[in-house]
Ligand binder design. Structure first.
Ligand code: GLN
Length: 445
């Protein structure tokens, strides 16, 4: 941990990947790590990590990248945090993020933007951009993240690391500050699929404290014994690859898929006919859920309270106007509008129907294949400020959102570089088949 904390201090000045760096490590976590190390056979004991700053950490600030929660110190640990510290992992800080996990660039943080370690003038992706940058710069070997529409996979791709979003319900959301509850899912970012598998095994499992937690046995990662993927059927959506405007990403993607074939996988052409509607549906559903979830921040019970109060309404209005950044305010307004009585059927209900159609497309695809391989992002890490108007940033989520709407497990793994910047490949698996995508990524070489 000592080595990592020196590196962390040094690299944080360049990347701003962490909002909090612990001056002193948690004594209980260190004792737990020591005890487990003495027993032996605990692969995660003593391994340092950072948590995305929306996982509640007992006695440690949990800001969610927002002025609203700038001083919020939770009185309890998120289940994910507790489980990993029970395994002897030692937290060395909290990772920067887009405010309330809304964004794809980590430019929407009240604690400053994050830089990509591969090129400091570029974004690390988001919303788990701090987590990705911290792992890519080897400030820490493991980081937790969350993914609602791509927030683990896209920053993992931009920073050249591996990141997995498990099936919805695989990992408890208890103590994870909510953005869009039907989509939010905690996961892990690490240098390799093997690392991700180990940590995911430790952080998953049914949790009675989260009513949407799946009744599934704890995930138990088994590293494949052979390097080949013989007999595995890998689905490919050729239209998605042909549509890629960036020639470098297209080339890397085609080469990676050819490599999967060379490793023994059988390629099968599949069709996801409704996936083009995913962005439109997501940007109705996610804001709708966020407008409801974020109503709890009223300046009374949690977070920032304005000093300019004249009556109850001004307490709410001022506290929220001062506490939330622009992107969050925009989404709350879109969501409240989409849920309002005149528009509910036209937007919210329709988006829910589209969501079902997309899930059905995947069901159909998984009757033919074991895994789907596709791009993560149509572009490499872009320069800070290049996407300051929101819609072009939303459109870049087109490959990550479909699997999110369906609740499927998916990961991004590094497959090389173009223009000196990392490129990722997305692998999507069937429900609770995290083993299949992690194995395929582990065998990739
Ligand atoms: N970029 C997407 C958004 O802004 C996804 C964010 C996420 O997965 N948390 O909503």
């Amino acid at each position: 941990c000592g080595v990592y904390s020196d590196r962390t201090q040094a690299f944080n000045a360049d990347t701003n990947a962490l909002i909090t760096i612990h001056a002193e490590l948690n004594a209980a976590e260190l004792l737990q790590a020591q005890a487990l190390l003495k027993q032996g056979g605990h692969p995660l004991a003593g391994i340092p990590l950072v948590h995305k700053d929306l996982f509640c950490t007992h006695g440690v600030k949990t800001t969610c990248g927002s002025n609203m929660l700038a001083e919020f110190v939770p009185p309890y640990n998120a289940t994910v945090v507790q489980k990993l510290s029970d395994q002897g992992m030692v937290s060395i800080g909290k990772a920067n993020m887009d405010e309330f996990a809304m964004g794809s660039s980590n430019e929407h943080s009240a604690f400053g933007l994050v830089s990509n370690p591969w090129d400091l003038s570029r974004v690390p992706g988001g919303s788990s951009g701090g987590s990705a940058a911290a792992v890519a710069a080897r400030m820490v070997p493991i980081a937790t993240g969350t993914d609602t529409g791509g927030s683990i996979r896209q920053p993992a791709a931009f920073c050249g690391i591996t990141g997995i979003k498990p099936s919805y319900g695989r990992v408890s959301r208890y103590g994870m500050v909510a953005f869009a509850s039907s989509l939010d899912q905690g996961g892990v970012m690490a240098p390799s699929a093997d690392d991700c598998g180990l940590v995911l095994s430790a952080m998953s499992g049914h949790d009675p404290l989260d009513s949407t937690s799946a009744q599934q046995p704890q995930f138990d990662w088994q590293k494949p014994k052979t390097p080949d993927s013989k007999g595995l059927k890998v689905g490919v959506v050729s239209a998605w690859i042909e549509d890629l405007q960036d020639e470098g990403i297209k080339q890397r993607t085609l080469e990676a898929i050819a490599q999967l074939q060379a490793n023994g996988a059988e390629l099968v052409e599949i069709d996801l006919p409704h996936a083009d509607l995913a962005i439109s549906a997501y940007y109705v559903l996610a804001p709708a859920e966020c407008s409801s979830n974020l109503s709890r921040f009223d300046g009374v019970r949690f977070g920032h309270q304005t000093e300019h109060v004249t009556d109850l309404e001004s307490l709410y209005r001022q506290s929220r106007s001062e506490g939330f950044g622009q992107e969050v305010q925009k989404r709350i307004m879109i969501g409240a509008w989409a849920l309002s009585s005149g528009y509910y059927d036209a937007y919210y209900l329709k988006a829910q129907k589209v969501r079902r159609l997309i899930s059905d497309d995947f069901k159909q695809a998984f009757s033919q294949v074991d895994v789907i391989a596709c791009p993560v992002s149509p572009e490499v890490a872009f320069k800070h400020g290049d996407k300051s108007e929101g819609v072009s940033m939303y459109q870049a989520d087109k490959f990550t959102i479909p699997a999110s709407l369906a609740g499927l497990p998916c990961l991004s793994m590094p497959i090389g570089f173009t223009q000196g910047l990392p490129v990722g490949l997305q692998l999507i698996g069937n429900y609770f088949a995290e083993q299949s995508i992690l194995s395929l990524a582990d065998q990739y070489q």
